[in-house]
Design a protein around this ligand. Structure first.
Ligand code: SF4
Length: 483
């Protein structure tokens, strides 16, 4: 259905732009990347005749860009940080646009449905929601009811994608850059070739929505999206799929076509340990097609913890992947959740030692050494007994559950490491000094002394994104200042 047609036909609802429906799409935060999650519905809504205003709060001020009138406002809740920022933004939006319907979409929308509705949200969408969002706008203008107003509408069916509409977003070169080991920076584009995931790791926010399923974005759409970002200056493409090898045939078709059209373009993606092992034969092709970095969620080198998280790999698998990636000449950026209810002072030291043994110090962002497990609403971790997850309370306003480690020394250690890393990074301390500082603190907590590791253990520097790749419960003051 066509927003404009619908509005014109009914003609009984004031809109901000004559007879054209005005829809605002807001991304609170998307790891410093130009959000695909806004560009895709923007394309469908524009095709349906709506006037679309995109606002990216990581780059733009809400108060400046919010139009004086709008019919519908959609907010993308793609991660915990974004959801916290959205909670701060909601009262301002409802004050400025008292007649607009407000809706939320993204991984964190359905699981926080009641909180969102109590904050003035009219409709909640999850999964492959882009077409449902157009339908909702149409029903709003026709003043008919829509199921997403009563219950979160999670759609896992196939939808008709359009080439993402990126012209309403800030310029690509204002987003996070690819930082090469020599310090040079490249303009980074961002797209998605699949959404959802076929795995069901217990701590993962994708799982409550996609329930172990994924959907491919048609290759022609992905390639056209890459083309338009190359035209905007992208020198590197970051694939934001939860796991790039959920559909290896689809992924390989895309990178082969991309490389043949843009041979100078490099790319990176997230691939799980299990897939890197299973598809090790593809690694030379990934490298030959311009892949320069694979991020992989290792989480822990403690097999008991990995079992609790249902990660589908062991510590030994991770070590094998480090070897095969080196053999293939591909850079690996492992990520971790080192502080969980199953962390001990000893196994934290083992994690630190594994980084030395595997020469991964340069490959791991120091903040990764301080992260604490988040248990959001809907998490599969809630399937575990409470005595295992150490959950102490449910805090809807914090968007999840609080847990306290049974050994208070582990929580103290986490805070010490967090404070140390934050202050060392602010003061520009080098990677080796930060790592040795963390190691000293960890060993002291375990009642041991340790000698500093030397530069020989650093390993090779790898490309990184200029914006850190992790989700935190508390947005920064800077992020909250985006109103
Ligand atoms: S493989 Fe990654 S995206 Fe998929 S469920 Fe596990 S953590 Fe989530």
């Amino acid at each position: 259905m066509d927003c404009k047609t619908c509005c014109t036909e009914t003609g009984n609802k004031a809109t901000s732009n004559g007879d054209q429906t005005t829809v605002v799409l807001i991304s609170p935060y998307d790891l410093g990347r130009q959000p695909f999650a806004l560009a895709e519905p923007a394309a469908l809504l524009s095709k349906a005749g709506c006037k679309v205003v995109c606002i990216d709060l990581s780059q733009q001020k809400l108060d400046v860009l919010l139009p004086d009138e709008a019919d519908v406002v959609f907010i993308h809740l793609g991660m915990l940080t974004a959801t916290r920022i959205a909670m701060e933004a909601l009262p301002r939006i409802t004050r400025r646009l008292p007649n607009a319907r407000i809706a939320v979409f993204g991984w964190y929308a359905p699981i926080n449905e009641s909180l969102m509705r109590s904050s003035g949200v009219d409709a909640v969408f999850g999964g492959e929601s882009d077409e449902d969002m157009v339908d909702y706008v149409t029903s709003t203008m026709a003043e008919t009811d829509h199921p997403a107003r009563h219950e979160a509408l999670v759609n896992l069916g196939r939808i008709d994608f359009a080439v993402p509409e990126r012209s309403g977003l800030p310029r690509l070169d204002s987003y996070a850059k690819l930082v090469l080991p020599d310090g040079n920076e490249q303009v980074m584009g961002f797209t998605e070739s699949t959404r959802g995931c076929k795995h069901v790791c217990r701590h993962c926010p994708v799982v409550p929505v996609y329930q172990g399923r994924f959907r491919a974005v048609p290759a022609a759409i992905v390639l056209a999206d890459i083309d338009q970002q190359v035209e905007q200056g992208a020198e590197h493409i970051s694939f934001g799929d939860p796991d790039f090898l959920n559909g290896p045939g689809h992924a390989m078709r895309i990178i082969e076509a991309m490389h043949s059209k843009h041979p100078a373009l490099s790319w990176d993606a997230v691939i799980k340990i299990e897939h890197l092992l299973k598809h090790a034969d593809l690694l030379p092709e990934l490298k030959a097609s311009g892949c320069i970095l694979i991020t992989t969620a290792v989480e822990s080198v403690d097999d008991h913890t990995l079992l609790q998280l249902d990660k589908g790999h062991s510590a030994a698998d991770f070590k094998r992947v480090v070897t095969i990636m080196r053999d293939a000449g591909l850079a690996l950026a492992p990520t971790f959740v080192p502080f969980t209810p199953w962390t001990t002072l000893e196994n934290y030291c083992e994690l630190i030692d594994a980084m030395v043994e595997l020469k991964l110090i340069q490959s791991i962002s120091p903040v990764q050494l301080s992260l604490r497990l988040l248990i959001p609403e809907g998490s599969r971790l809630l399937e575990l007994p409470r005595e295992s997850t150490c959950i102490t309370s449910h805090k809807p306003a914090s968007l999840g559950y609080e847990w306290t480690h049974p050994d208070p020394a582990v929580d103290v250690l986490q805070q010490q490491i967090h404070d140390f890393v934050a202050s060392a990074e602010t003061s520009g301390t080098d990677r080796l000094a930060i790592f040795n500082g963390v190691r000293d603190i960890a060993y002291a907590a375990a009642g041991k002394k340790v000698d500093a590791v030397s530069e020989a253990s650093l390993g090779k520097a790898v490309p990184t994104h200029s914006e850190a790749w992790y989700c935190c419960a508390e947005p920064t003051d800077e992020q909250l200042g985006s109103f």
